[in-house]
Design a protein around this ligand. Structure first.
Ligand SMILES: [Zn+2]
Ligand SMILES: [Zn+2]
Length: 307
C-alpha cells in the first residue's frame, strides 16, 4: 500500500473513515469491517428519516418505573413506520446473509415473515414487550393490547416464547433493524430525563443488556446498550449481568496499548469489552470500537467466558 486512495468528494463520517483504517491496520478483520460498513450506512440512512419522537412521560409513572428497575420506552413510543421497518428488516437480513452471519434457509424464512402482512407486527411487538420489561399495561396503553404470540404457553419464559416459532437468527436481525428507530427514542429521552440514579445492569430506556462500555477520562464506567446504544453509568467492578461485585472474581485485562479493556465475571462467566477514553485521542465510536476489539472477544472466549 504505497498510494493513498483519492479523497472522496464528500467528507465521510468519522466512523466510516476509522472503520476503513481498520482494514489496513488489521486486515484479518476486513470481512467484519465490510459488514459493519454496510450496516452503519444503512442505519444512518434510516435514522436520518426517523423523526425525533416527542415522548410524554408522566413524572409519577416515571418515578415508579425507575424505582422498579423498569425501562421507559414503551413500544408505542417508538416512531415506527411499518413500511420503513419492513424495508430495514429485509435489508438487515440481506446484509447478514451476504457476510455469512445468517444461514440461507433462515434468511429465506425471515424475509418471508416480512412479506406476510399480519405476522411481523405482532411478532415485533411481543418480542419488544418481552425483552424490554416495560410495564406497558400500567402505563394505560390506549390500545389496551398486550399481545401474546399464538400457541405460546403463558407460563413459559416470555422472552423465549415471543420468538418460539421464529427462525434462528431472527433476534440478531430484530436488534439491528429496530436500532435506528429505538435510538431516536433514547436520543429524545436522554435530553429529557435524568438517569444518573439508575444502577441496573440493563438499559434504562429499552431494557436490553449492555454490549460495550466506555471508561471516561474521570474514570467512570458507562455501559452502552446493545440495542438502542444509550449510555448509563455503572460501578466499574460490578458485573452488570449478575451483579457480582467481589473484585477477586472479576478478571480484567487490557490491550497492550491500553486502549481497550475486558471485564470478565468469574461467577456468571460473561464478559464486557470497554474503550478506555483515559488513554485515547478520540471519543468512543461504538460502531468502530466493537469491531476493532474482535480479537479481544476471541481472547475472552479462549479463557472460557461467553459474550
Ligand atoms: Zn437500550
Ligand atoms: Zn456476572
Amino acid at each position: 500500500m504505497t498510494e493513498r486512495p483519492p479523497r472522496p468528494p464528500r467528507a465521510e463520517p468519522r466512523e466510516v473513515i476509522e472503520l476503513k483504517q481498520i482494514k489496513t491496520s488489521q486486515p484479518e478483520l476486513s470481512a467484519a469491517v465490510d459488514m459493519q460498513l454496510a450496516l452503519v450506512e444503512m442505519q444512518r440512512r434510516v435514522q436520518g428519516r426517523v423523526p425525533l419522537p416527542w415522548i410524554q412521560v408522566d413524572p409519577t409513572w416515571l418515578r415508579a418505573q425507575q424505582a422498579a428497575g423498569r425501562p421507559l420506552v414503551r413500544f408505542r413510543d417508538i416512531p415506527l413506520d411499518w413500511s420503513d421497518f419492513r424495508l430495514t428488516f429485509r435489508q438487515t437480513a440481506d446484509i447478514l446473509l451476504r457476510f455469512d452471519a445468517l444461514e440461507r434457509a433462515d434468511h429465506h424464512r425471515i424475509v418471508a415473515l416480512a412479506r406476510e402482512g399480519n405476522v411481523l407486527e405482532p411478532l415485533v411487538t411481543a418480542w419488544y414487550d418481552a425483552t424490554s420489561g416495560v410495564d406497558a399495561t400500567a402505563a394505560s396503553d390506549p390500545r389496551g393490547t398486550k399481545s401474546v404470540p399464538l400457541g405460546s404457553d403463558p407460563n413459559a419464559d416470555p422472552k423465549a416464547a415471543a420468538l418460539a416459532d421464529a427462525p434462528p437468527g431472527i433476534d440478531h436481525v430484530l436488534v439491528l433493524a429496530l436500532r435506528p428507530f429505538l435510538a431516536r427514542c433514547a436520543e429524545a429521552l436522554t435530553k429529557q430525563i435524568d438517569v444518573s440514579s439508575w444502577n441496573h445492569g440493563h438499559c434504562p430506556f429499552c431494557g436490553w443488556e449492555p454490549d460495550f462500555a466506555v471508561i471516561t477520562p474521570a474514570a467512570e464506567r458507562r455501559l452502552i446498550c446493545g440495542r438502542c446504544v444509550a449510555q448509563w453509568s455503572f460501578a466499574s467492578l460490578t458485573c452488570p449481568f449478575c451483579r457480582n461485585d467481589d473484585r477477586a472474581l472479576i478478571t480484567s485485562f487490557a490491550t497492550r496499548d491500553g486502549r481497550y479493556r475486558v471485564y470478565a465475571c468469574d461467577v456468571c462467566r460473561k464478559y464486557l469489552k470497554a474503550y478506555d477514553a483515559r488513554y485515547a485521542s478520540r471519543p468512543l465510536l461504538v460502531a468502530v470500537d466493537t469491531i476493532a476489539t474482535l480479537p479481544l472477544d476471541a481472547a475472552a472466549i479462549q479463557k472460557g467466558y461467553t459474550g
